[in-house]
Ligand binder design. Sequence first.
Ligand code: FEO
Length: 162
Amino acid sequence: MISKPLQVAVNEQINFELFSAYLYLSMSAHFESQNLPGFASWTRIQYQEETGHAMKLYRYLIDRNGAVTLKAIDQPATKFKTPLDIFKQILEHEQKVTVRIHKLYELASKEKDYAAEIFLQWFVNEQVEEEKNAGDIIAMLEMIGDSPVSVIMADRQLGARK
Ligand code: FEO
């Protein structure tokens, strides 16, 4: 059975992953409104990934005989600026997620919950990828600039994400 403090923290992380999903979906809707289907697709796929992260934690709590407690999800931003600004915002958000995952891992360690530590290693590695993905796109957007042709090229590139 999972400890009470860890159960509370995992529930908080489920909520934050769902908030992340919501934020990406809001960004996707923004890109749709800007006629940027590739950016919209990329952020919509990310929305699905975040839901997957929440469900991984959800399933884990249940498998460990913990109780899932779903709380209200904060409203995400609805106004956004340029694609570059949005990807900077994404990187900042993912860095916040990384800090939270590391705290969760530290708690599992403190509670001597070895199974939870091993489970959370997946999230630790996932955050390396999440930050790298956002960083790579920022680098590309900075390199190509923000002319309409550049943005359309980047839109095509991001639309290739499966
Ligand atoms: Fe679930 Fe993007 O971290």
